[in-house]
Design a protein around this ligand. Sequence first.
Ligand code: PMP
Length: 464
Amino acid sequence: MALDTRTHSSPQKRPLDSSLHPEAYAAELRRFTARTGRSRAEWERARQYLPSGVCSNFRLMEPGPLFLHRARASRVEDVDGNSYVDWGMAQSTLLAGHAHPAVLDAVRRQIENGTMTCYPHPRTADVAEIACGRFRLDQVRFVNTGAEATMYALRVARGATGRDAILKFDIGYHGGSAEFWKGKAVVPLPPGAPAWLGQEVFSAGVPRSFLDETVVASYNHLDSVEDCFRRHPGRIAAIILEPVVFNLGICLPREGFLQGLRDICDREGAVLIFDEVKMGCKLGPLGAGEHFGVRPDLVCMAKSIGGGFPIGLFGGRRELMQVIETANVQHVGTYAANHVSLAAAHATLTEVLTPENYRRIFALNEALAAGYRDIIQRTGVDAQVVTIGACGCLFMTRARVDDRMSYARSRTNAWLRFWVGMANRGILPQSFGPEDIWTVSVQHTDEDIDATLRAFREVAPMLA
Ligand code: PMP
């Protein structure tokens, strides 16, 4: 079988900047290798049975994935017995922290009464009512993952408008559905930038016909959105975006950008979809629409609402969601609204994500960011910290980063030094790559921040 190699192989492969303190970094890599022998052995074993030895390509990070076997509160432990403060929090899923006692209690109680029946449970409407209240939605449907939420939101938008095309942005991520794996080619790419940023199609195996229905605009550039609508009059069913891009560090919307999208959708009869799968619940109890004062038509949530169990939702305006009831738009799923995930979501939304916990999280995030900034300033590292709500990221540049080209110009190839250096000191500072972010959970502590900043003081000079 001939392999189609037109598209990129792995988003995690990136060139390393070898000009930066090569000896110090070589020593860090040796230290990492010595500490993580069992992880490497597990990886070797896993590769016999699993492509790349992992079950999501994002987990295939250099210098080899850590295999973790325990996670509690703010900490995780790898199979070599190393303990880490975890700021990645399962790719920003665990705003509740690992194994939150209230979530586990609710799940234990439910498990005694069955895990799923595929019949409706009264708690389905309870959680739907809570979600509708919090996120200002008229109706929702539950799913299991973020990818399902975005896939069905598109189906509702297409069913309601009778149009096929969708508009997405060059940055942002929406899960595994075929049409989302299209970007915008950048030629030429700035030196050292990850190759995937320059590619038009991010995965092989996506039918051309899907890509033909995907129109790609530039995030934070309203003129490029206008241009797309001009080129595809009457064809675009929806604009889908992360209102704050949480999948390329943190890229904040420029003043007027979200309102501009709202106005364009109103004018063009298109549906505005906020994909809050990752950022959902991170800015406070309400949704991004309330935070930014721009009302989307449909919203996708997952991750944080489940407290560590698989659940997502899509929902929004009643007349749109009603196409499921009245216009033969099909939404189905064996595990949708399973009783365990619903119990976890109920406990998370009512007992964990409380106003006082939000106050704590935001204060901790401020303290963490202030500590990082202070060290960056003292060491003169060409880097900056960007935060919003419960999350933050370290960009390897002092220049503003809020679109794809500004990100491409940042020193992404220095990021791995940061991660390896911190991991050697018992800190997982973000998830798997420079595109990822940190999340302060309900269970992080002042001590976690102290430990993180102690580590960063030692690592920062290697980044300067
Ligand atoms: N949308 C966004 C914004 C995401 O960040 C993600 C996952 N990181 C998804 C959709 C897909 O979610 P899942 O991995 O649960 O399918």
